[in-house]
Design a protein around this ligand. Sequence first.
Ligand SMILES: Nc1ncnc2c1ncn2[C@@H]1O[C@H](COP(=O)(O)OP(=O)(O)OP(=O)(O)O)[C@@H](O)[C@H]1O
Length: 382
Amino acid sequence: MHRWQPMADLAILAVVIYLFLRWTAENRLRVMLLAISAMFGLSALASRMDLPLAAWVLEAFGFTAVLFLVTIFQPELRHLVMRTEGWFRRPSSRDDPADACRAVTEAVFALAREKTGALLIVVRQHSIRELAGGGVEIGATPSSALLQAVFQKSSPIHDGGVVIELDRITRAGVLLPLTQRTDLPAQFGTRHRAALGISERCDAKVVVVSEERGDVTLVHRASWRHAAVERELVDFLSQGGQPEAAGPGPSVRRLLFGHMKQKLAALSMTALVWALTLVSSGTAIKDLQVPVEFTNPPAGMDVSKPSATQLEMRVRGPRWAVEALRPDQMTVRFDLSRGGLGGTRLAHPSDVVNLPPAVSVEWLRPDEITVNLVPARRARMN
Ligand SMILES: Nc1ncnc2c1ncn2[C@@H]1O[C@H](COP(=O)(O)OP(=O)(O)OP(=O)(O)O)[C@@H](O)[C@H]1O
């Protein structure tokens, strides 16, 4: 095992935990999944520590919880699968997000001026297929005229919401889940409740035009505010408002500093798993014979009569790390570039042995290696 491998191991684990936390954004489901993972983890720990009864009980709890999860959280699980769809969607190269934003803004404020009710759902990363039912498939490039026409009272599809996905109008007349909140302004009827309902369940941006008051409400992630001027709607739709797949790719800043809470949680959980593996796997000792290689002899010189071509050593460390050590991957290399003609005493071998962290050398033979550097031809004759 190379020194970088355990690091890569932990880094992969941290990334997997982070993706898992981002994926399971719904709190109830996340708690449940974490509880199940913890039960199986503790069960493995108990069996390692020779506590068979505890291991059995924890495992049984884990399986019961899985059954419970599949039956109770079926809609959430289905929604999770839907959510992954957004990771692979790419916008059509024909459609410019700025054009879609312009069309929506123009239509929304035109509808607001004439007090025509409207509800627009701009889909981002999460698929809303499981959340928004019914409606009519459209599949058109957004234009102000088309959006205004859809919401006219005389239109057969003016009821419900219009879905805009990857800068295309994909459906009209869709029914959305209503929010159950009781703390909303009295003037919020079912149109606004539908907007809040969908925004509680996914990352879509929703725009509502009130038929009664002609005002424009912007809804995202269960919070809302009014937009008095077009600029506010444009900002709402464009500031992190484009579906991530539609942009030029996540910015480095967002990649590094976005979702800090989940990143810290993932790092803490990785540290915990690391500590648990150290404790649960116990300590092991292993004797190894590691080959020695001499590299970079000065130009025109060769190595002759090295005092040893392999090292014997005994290492100690966490069982999983020690068991993964493979002598053929641990070649000890001595750099001879600074050697001069004649005998050269090399660095203490234990300084150049490449061991993963937490694994230490108990003893190592020989203590010291010497080589002779000779003109290239003489070495070949030896
Ligand atoms: N579940 C739903 N999903 C999508 N649209 C809905 C849903 N329920 C109602 N609507 C839309 O809302 C309209 C009714 O709006 P209502 O007057 O109840 O709401 P409101 O929030 O007071 O809006 P407004 O201020 O425009 O009156 C319906 O005609 C329909 O178009």
